[in-house]
Design a protein around this ligand. Sequence first.
Ligand code: F6R
Length: 605
Amino acid sequence: MCGIIGYTGKDEAAGIMLDALELLEYRGYDSAGIALLSEGEIQILKTAGRVGDLRRLCSGEKPEGRCGIGHTRWATHGGVCGANAHPHRFGRVTLIHNGIIENYKELKEKYGLDGLLQSETDSEVVAAVLEHFYSGDPYSAIRRTVLKLKGTFALAVLFDDQPDCIFAVRNVSPIVAAVTDNGAFLASDVAAIAPYTADYFVVPEFHVVCLGPGNAELFDLSGDRAVIDWLSVDWDVSRSGKEGYPFYMEKEIMEQPEVIGETIFPRIKEGKPDFSEEGIPDEILSACQRICVIACGTAMHAGLVGKSLIQAIIGIHVDVVMASEFMYNDPVVDKDTLVIAISQSGETIDTLEALKFARKCGSPCISIVNVKGASIARASEYVIYTNAGPEIAVASTKAYTTQLAVLYLLTARMAMARKLWSEQELAGYMCELQRVPAVLKQVLETKEEIHRLAGSILNASDVFMIGRGLDYSILLEGSLKLKEVSYIHSEAYASGELKHGTIALITEDTPVIAVVTQEKLKSKELSNIREVQSRGARVVLLIKEGETLDGGEQWSCVYRLPKMDDFFMVMPASIVLQLIAYFVSLDKGLDVDKPRNLAKVVTVE
Ligand code: F6R
């Protein structure tokens, strides 16, 4: 959470930083600010609000300087106001921070800072501690400060008397850095620097990076020079723009056939799922006695689909655990438990901490991550990257379906490794998986029909979503999507469970979205739908094409999903649910890509 940018080089820094902050704004958008260091003078411009507000402020003030740091904030400590916006300045130190300093109160007391600080933030305390230790040697001040900090942090620091230099250090919260002919950059993620260069490196934890106008130097905390491990952005930077769509969310929904293809086709060799590029040995897929999926939010919902697939096809027990709860429920994982961590950003701290714990317990771990080189990928034994490309909209769409695509492949490889399928069964499954991109294209072509369906819930204050089995799993995701982008209260409910209490909330004003795609559950699901229709609920039904429905006029809102094998129906159904959420948000005139209170990358516990 929070976006960080730093630039030092030949060009004016303000414009570069404002452009980068716009690309990082999905990480938080409560306030924004920049600081420029020029001839020993610091100029800070910051404001509550969005990067657009900061840009307006800058166009009046015209800040100058070729070295600077910038920040877009997701508030943790202290409310949303100009004083709490970063950068913070204390003495000769100007600093921006992403993360949470847990012991800020102790530090405040220890260094006698009461009454000396301008903000309510934990970050300003760090600036003050740095100032306390600074006597002309930035490395020593940073080392001594970092040793006092408890919590997570990515810090970018300017010292008044260190011209053209930006220093950075981190624990857990990410920082990447890059060098071009025109200057050096640091940022919270590569999205911000990808317009300038494809080559970057991840600053290792507890290492100090010093950027000069054309160089980057890396040191460990004892002051020894460290080797930089260069990486290359391997996604298409042109995908970072909106390409004519009003919002990234729509663009990212529309990209799904393509990115799912890019995720599955390179991993199919001679018609079979293949993870040799990832180096995943069949033994870990065949030997495990149970599986534990750890993830948060949308990624956890992908895990629930994986659970249904694996339990049905492989016949072993799968737990899907919210990563934020994992550590607090005395987790039982061991060398016989295959742990699968799923994360778009690869930076979600709850998932990262759970993964580290599982590795300590000796569990083999595979992570499914979208952002190359992210912390979860690096902390994992094996990584399968989803090739979704940059996902900018805060609400996850293409990352989710590419996570599902990987889970389909992994399940098939597991079935192969355990010799559960005949050649014919494997071929049938793989053939269906390879149809997914074309089927999704077919659904996306009906976007205007889905827009009309969305109209039926536009003015609702509560929406229920009901289904069973796999249908219930995808409704959990559909409901989250609707809540986060439209602010309509929505609940996904296992349709058989509704009558045990919650059906009391169903009235004539409650739209119910029902998904019926599983042959073996169809008659039970339809009975549950009738139960809510009898209470006056208006039902929007998503059902496989070709299915007959009794009861004529009760079915005014029906969407026919293209037919696939039941295991794969979650794919077309998910896209419809994503589009419903999107169109409701769009028609309400909301900021679809940046819903209130949210941030794309959640690096606080
Ligand atoms: C919702 C959404 C979140 C994320 C969750 C985990 O649209 O995007 O629920 O899925 O915060 O994030 P990652 O996948 O980055 O670990």
